[in-house]
Design a protein around this ligand. Sequence first.
Ligand SMILES: *[C@@H]1O[C@H](CO)[C@@H](O)[C@H](O)[C@H]1NC(C)=O
Length: 317
Amino acid sequence: MKTSQETTGRNSTTISGFILLGFSDIPSLQYLFFSVFLVTYIVTLAGNLLIIVLTLAEPTLHTPMYFFLRNLSFLEKCYTSVNVPKMLRNLLSGDKTISFIGCAMETYFTFFLGGSECFLLASMAYDRYVAICKPLHYPVVMNRKVSTGLAAGSWLSGLLMSFGHTSTVFILPFCRSHEINHFFCDIPLLLKLACGDTFRNDMAVFIMVFFFAIFPFMLILMSYVCIISTILRLPSRVGRRKSFSTSSSHLMVVTLFYGSACIMYLKSNSSYSPDTDKFLSLFYTVITPMLNPIIYSLRNKEVKGTFWRMVSRRRFC
Ligand SMILES: *[C@@H]1O[C@H](CO)[C@@H](O)[C@H](O)[C@H]1NC(C)=O
């Protein structure tokens, strides 16, 4: 064991970076992918920016729910900006290399923001749970201090988890091929390239997925069970249908995000297929950040009203 570690350690010093193969196995679709991802990226940035501006500008939207939404939009903007610009560059240029440090930074920020997003989504579900299921306690339970504390806690836990997790991966020796069959640096793929003993890292992935994906997802699910059962008891049929449709679309986006991430990180090595991995990870890197603002707010009457009021005020001024 020791000698193999030593020899691999020597070899690894010759490798200064990685090659992200991306979608280069299907060259005919490069331009199609480029256009789709570019449009998605622009829509994501614009949609999330719009939410930040609207929730800041409108005093009636200064509530915990919109505070969380603004925070989520800010996070999503950062999250897509970690991977998508590099992905777009890779699709167009022949140069698909990424430096060792670049790859480490990309992994660090992907896990930092992804982990924070998991907890932020759980905080948002908790906020809705208190608002709908315990409406009398809402002003006391969800005060300013609690909501900023939950958001800050989400960011901080993602930051710390990612630091620990990424640093234990990047101290491993990388001596096999340095080609990554993916469009960004991701821990499961890096672990396949490492030659040291990765058992501890595999365990860490498992534990991390439990704390950052399964545990918050269970909390979200429990909140929504209560929210939906409260909604079903509402006397008005129209109100019931409306609340039900927004809650179910939230739940759908959340399930898509957690589902794709869990499948990606919990799959056993035997079922490893790089193409499935690439398409699965598109869900949480490209699709959810775009859908989140649309579903959380553009279907929301208050946000839409604010938007049209701002647009018409501009026009008449
Ligand atoms: C998100 O929440 C954190 C912690 O409460 C806060 O410091 C930050 O300003 C918030 N960001 C936005 C864009 O609201």
